[in-house]
Design a protein around this ligand. Structure first.
Ligand code: LIP
Length: 271
C-alpha cells in the first residue's frame, strides 16, 4: 500500500474514534479547563482528552512520526512525517452545544511548518453528522457518510455565481482584531450572495471541498485548523492560499474554486 494511503487510513480510523469520544464527553457535559491566548480562547477537558487519545493511537502505529497538536507539546519525529492535529476544531461551538465541530488530523512530510510542509493525507470528522471528509495527495477528496455507504467524490463549485457566492469566514478570539476583520468582510461582500460563520475552519474548508460553500477566507488560523482542510480543497479541484503569493496561514487563509479564488485574493488584498 502506498504511504499516503496508509497514512489516510490511520487518520480516518483515529479521527472517527476520537470524534466518538468527543461526542460522548459532550453528552456527559463539558468542563472548561482553561483559557489560552485570551478569555475567549477556551480549552475544554475534552479537547485535552481527545488529543491525548489521538496521540496515543498514533504512537501505537507510527512511533517514529512527529506530532504537532493544538493542546500538547510538539514532538519532532525521525520518519520525516508529522501529524498535525486539532482534536476539537470549533471548541466554542462544542462548549455551547452547537453541533458544528470536527476532529482534524493531517499527515505532512518535511518541516512541520505550514510554509514548507507537503500534506500527504487528511481527515476531518464531524461526529454530529457522522461525516468523514478525507483526502490523499493526488488521490482526490472523499466524503464517507457511514460505514455502509459508498464514499462520495468531492468537487468544489466551479461557478459561475450569478447570484453571488456563498462565502464563509471567521473572527479571532482577540476583540482588537474584530474591526479589521469586519472591514475586510465589507470589501468582500460585493462578491457574496450571503455569508456563513460556521465556527470551525476545518468544516468551512471541508464545505468548500464538498461544494456546500463557494469560498472561505479567514485571518489568524493556526496550522492545525487548516492542515487537513486545505488538502481537501486542493484535492477537490479548488485553490488555496494566503495573502497574494503566500500559502495558507496565520496572515490569511483563502479557499475557493474557479475564478472566485482570484476575485477573493484581489478583494482581500486591497483591504
Ligand atoms: C477555531 C477555528 C475557527 C476560528 C476560531 C478558532 P478552534 O479553532 O476553527 O475557524 O474562527 O476563532 O480558531 O480554536 O476551535 O480549534
Amino acid at each position: 500500500m502506498a504511504l499516503d494511503d496508509e497514512l489516510a487510513l490511520i487518520g480516518i480510523r483515529i479521527a472517527r474514534e476520537a470524534g466518538e469520544l468527543a461526542q460522548r464527553r459532550r453528552a456527559e457535559g463539558v468542563r472548561i479547563a482553561a483559557t489560552k491566548s485570551g478569555v475567549a480562547d477556551i480549552v475544554t477537558a475534552a479537547d485535552r482528552e481527545v488529543e491525548a487519545l489521538i496521540r496515543a493511537r498514533l504512537a501505537e502505529v507510527r512511533p517514529d512520526d512527529g506530532f504537532f497538536g493544538e493542546e500538547s507539546d510538539a514532538a519532532q519525529g525521525t520518519s520525516g512525517i508529522t501529524w498535525v492535529v486539532d482534536p476539537i476544531d470549533g471548541t466554542v461551538n462544542y462548549a455551547y452545544g452547537i453541533p458544528a465541530y470536527a476532529v482534524s488530523i493531517a499527515a505532512v512530510s518535511g518541516e512541520p511548518d505550514p510554509e514548507r510542509w507537503t500534506a500527504l493525507a487528511g481527515a476531518v470528522y464531524a461526529p454530529a453528522t457522522d461525516e468523514l471528509f478525507h483526502a490523499t495527495r493526488g488521490g482526490g477528496a472523499w466524503l464517507d457518510r457511514g460505514r455502509d455507504v459508498q464514499p462520495e467524490r468531492l468537487a468544489v463549485n466551479p461557478g459561475p455565481w450569478a447570484a453571488g457566492a456563498l462565502l464563509a469566514t471567521g473572527f479571532g478570539y482577540d476583540p482588537a482584531t474584530h474591526a479589521g476583520d469586519l472591514a475586510r468582510l465589507a470589501t468582500v461582500m460585493p462578491l457574496a450572495r450571503d455569508i456563513r460563520r460556521i465556527g470551525s475552519a476545518s468544516l468551512d474548508l471541508a464545505s468548500v471541498a464538498a461544494g456546500r460553500l463557494d469560498g472561505y477566507f479567514e485571518r489568524g488560523l493556526n496550522p492545525w485548523d487548516h492542515a487537513a482542510g486545505v488538502l481537501l480543497v486542493t484535492e477537490a479541484g479548488g485553490r488555496v492560499g494566503g495573502s497574494p503569493g503566500d500559502r495558507p496561514g496565520k496572515t490569511m487563509t483563502i479557499a475557493a474554486g474557479g475564478d472566485l479564488y482570484t476575485a477573493l485574493v484581489e478583494a482581500i488584498a486591497i483591504h
